[in-house]
Design a protein around this ligand. Structure first.
Ligand SMILES: [Ca+2]
Ligand SMILES: [Ca+2]
Length: 294
């Protein structure tokens, strides 16, 4: 397993090389038009009677594109639309979304093949479009490694899995590009409300809208250090569950609704991660975001 520093370093290197590449691939301004020759009045007069050039035909010939060029054009337009849409949905800038899509592509490519990352294809298709076309995504294993190494989320397996589910909105077992960017928006830059909703989703293991006693027990069970002398090692966990209910079950129905959870977190912000770490450590979060600015 790679260390967090190594991954971040590689991501950073990738971004800087990607940025260089994208700069060189950026559309160049059109060459300046050649200066028009001054025509004598007689030539201008004769030109007025000469058959008019066929601008439409000329334009068509000049704009004629090979299927590969047309594909690039279409994909570029499509990618621009996707970036626009993601910009509206998230807390990221255009530059950050582009950087995140490069990180995503790198992660997908480096884990989808046993062999080396394939060479750049002859026909360059933008990373965003390519991932959508191929139906690729980040699987649980890659995501778990990323959570652990890059975002410093050291938590129980069940929570790791729920965090994955929070990103995998389509519930197909893969995090697609759009889910990746939208998920990270809330995960890294979420408002108080977004983070609260995220944590509640993670803790509501069966997604029925409540954090039940059983779910709390399951979540807290592994967080307590058990002593081998304990006759009933689960007793401490049950006590903790009752304590959590006394503190968080505002309407006293024996389970924690989203409203209960919101009230609890507003009263005591530390309760946001009452049932285990589900959000990134601040330092890891800032470090990752800074790599997007390279
Ligand atoms: Ca539940
Ligand atoms: Ca309740």
């Amino acid at each position: 397993m790679r260390g967090g520093g190594a991954l971040l370093k590689s991501v950073s290197l990738f971004l800087s090389s990607g940025r260089r590449a994208s700069r060189s691939a950026a559309p160049q301004p059109p060459p300046p038009s050649p200066p028009r020759k001054q025509q004598s009045p007689s030539k201008r007069a004769s030109a007025a009677h000469a058959p008019a050039p066929a601008p439409a035909a000329n334009k068509k010939m000049g704009d004629e594109k090979s299927p590969a060029q047309q594909a690039i054009l279409n994909n570029t337009k499509s990618s621009a639309k996707i970036i626009d849409s993601l910009k509206k949905q998230t807390h990221f800038s255009r530059q950050e979304i582009e950087a995140l899509s490069k990180v995503y592509k790198k992660l997908v490519e480096s884990h989808s093949l046993n062999g080396p990352v394939p060479a750049t294809p002859a026909v360059h298709i933008s990373s965003i479009q390519a991932n959508i076309v191929k139906g690729e995504g980040l699987d649980r294993m890659v995501f778990r490694e990323l959570l652990h190494n890059t975002f410093d989320v050291v938590t129980e397996e069940v929570l790791m899995d729920r965090i994955f589910c929070a990103f995998d909105r389509c519930n197909v077992g893969l995090i697609r590009l759009e889910e990746w960017v939208c998920g990270l928006s809330g995960f890294l830059r979420g408002s108080h409300e977004e983070r609260t909703a995220f944590a509640f989703f993670v803790y509501d293991l069966n997604s029925d809208g409540f954090i039940s006693r059983e779910e709390m027990f399951h979540l807290l069970r592994n967080s307590l250090v058990k002593s081998p002398q304990d006759e009933d090692p689960d007793e401490g966990v049950r006590d903790l569950v009752e304590l959590a209910l006394r503190k968080m079950d505002y309407d006293r129905d024996g389970k924690i609704s989203f409203q209960d959870f919101k009230n609890s977190v507003t009263d005591e912000p530390l309760l946001l991660e009452a049932f285990g770490q589900c959000l990134p450590a601040d330092t890891a979060c800032q470090t990752f975001l800074s790599t997007l600015q390279c």
